[in-house]
Ligand binder design. Sequence first.
Ligand SMILES: [Zn+2]
Length: 223
Amino acid sequence: MKGIIRVVRGSEVKLTLPGPSVTIKSDGTIWYQGMPILGITDPVIKAKVSAAIKAKRYGDIPAESWTRLGDNPNGLWAGDEAAWATHPAKLAQDEKNAARREQETKQVTIWLSSRGWGDFIPAKWIGDITRPDAEILAECKEELRSGYDVDEPNQTDDEILSKITAARTKWATPKQPYKEPVHGPGYCYSCKTYCYGDCGDYHPARDNVTVAREISEIAREIS
Ligand SMILES: [Zn+2]
């Protein structure tokens, strides 16, 4: 078989089988690497069946234990990619992921105050910026009050609210893609001024050499 066969119980994917190792016999039963895919929850039956499999007495396996494509009496569902795409468990999973991703886009950091000698991470609030101001304000005040060694713990509500508003405005503003500034004649990408070659390392165009230089500068800044 091509693709992937999933075996699902309830909303949980129990097995993800690579198609090339899966065989579907003429009676519809699914086999993986020469072993039947079975659904047995009763430990007594399980023990009996595993003995039958070891002895290759497949005829002794109860009819209701076998797994075929679709819903099975053993409680398992099995299907290929196309069938899985519309399975309720997959749709529920997609919905959950979409909700999580949407929640993540609302997460904003508000910088509230420096701390101590500046050796510490500044006091900040992180959360869902679409929540009401009053709730965010209360949490910011709590952070300023209880945070360790906060430099400016006594900020007015208006001061904090203006930070919340600024953060929300910035969050709501669509990000402009970075545009390479256009430089006129005489501009040098080596010294980054209009040196007209005075620096001795004149790069009038942003060629591969200047790009490489910029990358190494960024790498230096990071380290
Ligand atoms: Zn120059």
